[in-house]
Design a binder for this molecule. Structure first.
Ligand code: SF4
Length: 468
């Protein structure tokens, strides 16, 4: 589905390199392949072993890093970030990586995820004299590191990480070390790879493919990796780690060519479509998917149901970000500009329309209407995730609880509101079985579906998400 008009947005991607003379260029390509995770701002910090240098700005990777800018970024290690501006708001000051200088050296931070105790920690830090230069929760970590009282940077970082709650995949670059940390629940994906003797780290493995790097393994929940001239070392900073990776990474956010925990995202989505064909058998003439993220599931549904897959909807790739507006009326206009139904495919046909999720419902209603206006006689909507009833506190902008159509409406009520002839959501077991091919819900976050969050949620965070 189209993130900008759907109301379901990823909030960041990170990429890092250690030990390569073209670290900034590799980071550019890595970030470019992670652009789907955030389009509002981007930055790269590079280290030449003596000092850190940052270039960042609001815009796309290709807009910020012109060839002149890239010429200035020289060094053998780098960290980069792409940002979707929600947590802490937009603005240049919140574009990452954040770079801090002190008498003992410099520190760059790139963060994917969202802390649920950021406000609590900020309040504590401010009463102790800290002054924050951004409204982003990422900066909290820098203050905790500098205030930790330990002499070694590794111990400072471990101590600071132990105070954080929520979702975080952090890249921390100093003049002579790259540190990589994942929260104790492993909520966001983060993988390690290599390119010759150099190490690379990325939110998604698609970033490795683009630079020709080899995948080594995923970062473990509660793990701190330290990469420096002596090689790579791994330590646990949290020992009660239980994996709860975000299920929506498989359903919707990650690129189909990425592998998360060794599972290919396209294959998982295709399996969800196959499972839907069993859970929602429909007599129809064609199956179509809402581009781009629902196409894999639609192919799976068509294959399992024995109904032809057709391109019943096409996406206009050349609509600029200028048209992405957060108001309801403009969002609906955005659907018209970004999607068209193919009359020659759907006219006179009973159509199964596969989508990955329903957030507010307005986009689904508009797409059903597009298909009917183009002559579809029936539109049956099948969804490859369960109903989203609760907000996400971990870095996905899912709208407030009040805006989520499934928070207080039954499937039948949603069907009527979107104007579909039938509506089926995949079961939770079906979705997880499609990902891992085994029974059980262990290892996944399902908070936005069932309200069972892997961490405690602080009252001020709850208040923000229920009122925003
Ligand atoms: S609440 Fe939903 S979107 Fe958020 S991390 Fe959990 S599964 Fe992902």
């Amino acid at each position: 589905m189209l993130a900008e008009i759907k109301g379901l947005n990823e909030e960041c991607g990170v990429f890092g390199v250690w030990g390569h003379p073209d670290s900034a260029q590799l980071t550019y390509y890595g970030l470019h392949s992670l652009q789907h995770r955030g389009q509002e701002g981007t930055g790269i910090v590079v280290s030449d072993g003596n000092k850190l240098r940052v270039v960042k700005g609001e815009g796309l990777v290709s807009e910020i890093f012109t060839s002149n800018v890239m010429e200035e970024l020289k060094g053998t290690s780098a960290v980069g970030h792409v940002r979707y501006a929600t947590a802490g708001g937009g603005g240049y000051e919140n574009v990452q990586p954040l770079l801090f200088h002190s008498q003992t050296g410099s520190l760059a931070l790139a963060h994917n995820g969202n802390l649920v105790n950021a406000n609590y920690l900020k309040h504590q830090l401010e009463t102790q004299g800290s002054i924050f230069q951004t409204s982003s929760d990422t900066e909290v970590l820098a203050h905790l590191i500098r205030r930790s009282g330990f002499s070694q940077i590794k111990d400072q970082v471990k101590n600071a990480l132990s105070m954080l709650k929520g979702a975080y995949a952090y890249l921390i670059l100093t003049e002579n070390e790259l540190m990589v940390a994942l929260d104790p629940h492993g909520l966001r994906p983060l993988s390690l790879g290599c390119l010759g003797d150099a190490y690379v780290v990325a939110s998604e493995t698609c970033a490795f493919d683009v630079i020709g790097a080899e995948y080594i393994r995923d970062i473990r929940p509660g793990e701190l990796l330290i990469i420096n001239k002596d090689g790579i070392t791994s330590e646990q900073f949290a020992f009660n780690s239980t994996k709860s990776i975000c299920t929506m990474e498989y359903v919707y956010f990650s690129r189909p060519d990425s592998n998360i925990q060794g599972i290919n995202v396209h294959t998982a989505r295709k399996n969800m479509g196959k499972r839907l064909a069993i859970e929602a058998p429909i007599e129809a003439d064609v199956v179509t998917g809402v581009p781009d993220s629902s196409i894999s599931a639609a192919i799976g549904y068509a294959e399992a149901a024995g109904i032809p897959y057709e391109m019943g909807l096409v996406k206009n790739k050349y609509v600029g970000r200028t048209f992405i507006q957060p108001t309801q009326s403009l969002r609906e206009q955005g659907v018209k500009m970004k999607l068209s139904a193919v009359r020659g495919v759907v006219e006179g046909k009973r159509v199964v329309m596969v989508d990955d999720s329903i957030v507010r419902g307005t986009t689904s209603r508009r797409i059903v209407s597009l298909l009917k206006e183009a002559g579809a006689t029936e539109v049956h909507v099948v969804i490859s995730s369960p109903p989203i009833k609760n907000p996400c506190f971990y870095g996905i902008d899912t709208s407030s609880k009040e805006e989520l159509i499934a928070s207080d409406k039954s499937v039948e009520e949603i069907r009527q509101l979107i104007g579909a002839d039938s509506l089926t959501f995949i079961s939770t077991e079906g979705m997880l079985g499609a990902i891992v091919k085994t029974e059980g819900t262990n290892g996944f976050c399902l908070g936005c579906f069932n309200g069972d969050y892997p961490t405690e949620i602080y009252p001020d965070t709850l208040q923000y998400y229920y009122q925003k």
